[in-house]
Design a binder for this molecule. Structure first.
Ligand code: PGA
Length: 254
């Protein structure tokens, strides 16, 4: 069955290459058997090559990319620049949507482009607090997932990962309850089944948003939660090691 994927989204951290290499080596040493759990670290793009050279067990991912191969896109990184360097790329993270104008349609283009370049997309979706209180969580998630995947002819063989990250839970310490996260992840699984019934059971769905050493095991016990996208705790060696242990224990039970 599907293998859980635990990905550390370092965001714009740490502040030096030396610290980045040190953190990468620590996570690499703590990573479970790659046959049981896929561990990914997503450092700032400028350090991808050096971080990639510093690790052997964990995979490396980018935090975003442009959809085009090359061109007049100042400051951007293209999928062909990433391929061979990164195995994964986070697309549509809520911070990109909020601060960089990333749209549902744009995320869809990037997902197609990532797959075409052999990069495994981690497509991030999730409702804002106002959307949750208005009762529109299911509609928002449905729209975002279908837009992210709409350009793919099929899901099987793409290496796709979905990250369900309620925006209100990111960086707030206010994680979704395991039951609430499971409810949305089950909904996402149903959308995947609608798009590609054969592939849906194989696609990892992560939860993200204030995942810690304390709540990881409970989240991973849910049937449709297959790992996590971890921000703040991925910068703390002890916390990420505990989250990885929880993922390995949950995988061993299945
Ligand atoms: P957090 O971030 O774990 O710090 O809440 C998660 C994310 O942004 O992916």
């Amino acid at each position: 069955m599907r293998r859980p994927v635990v990905a550390g989204n370092w965001k714009m951290n740490p502040t030096s290459l030396r610290e980045a290499i040190e953190l990468a080596r620590t996570v690499d040493a703590a990573a479970p058997d790659p046959d049981a759990v896929t561990t990914v670290i997503c450092p700032p793009a400028i350090w991808l090559a050096e971080v990639e050279r510093a690790v052997s067990r964990v995979e490396v991912g980018a935090q975003t990319m442009h959809f085009a191969d090359a061109g007049a896109f100042t400051g951007e990184t293209s999928p062909s620049m990433l391929s061979g360097l990164a195995g994964f790329v986070i697309l549509g993270h809520s911070e990109r949507r909020q601060y960089d104008g990333e749209t549902d349609e744009g995320v869809g283009r990037k997902v197609v482009s990532a797959v075409a370049h052999g990069l495994r997309p981690i497509a991030a979706v999730g409702e804002r607090a106002d959307e949750r209180s208005a009762g529109t969580t299911a509609a928002v998630v449905d729209r975002q997932v279908r837009a992210a995947l709409g350009g793919l002819e099929r899901l099987g063989g793409t290496g796709l990962v979905i990250a369900y990250e309620p925006v209100w839970a990111i960086g707030t310490g206010d994680a979704a309850t395991a039951a609430d996260a499971q409810e949305v992840c089950a909904q996402i699984r149903a959308i995947l089944a609608d798009l590609d019934p054969a592939a849906a059971p194989e696609i990892p769905i992560q939860y993200g948003g204030s995942v810690t050493a304390d709540n990881a095991a409970e989240l991973f016990a849910e049937v449709d939660i297959d790992g996590a996208l971890v921000g703040g705790a991925s910068l703390k060696p002890e916390a990420i090691a505990a989250i990885l242990r929880a993922a390995a224990e949950s995988a061993a039970r299945e």
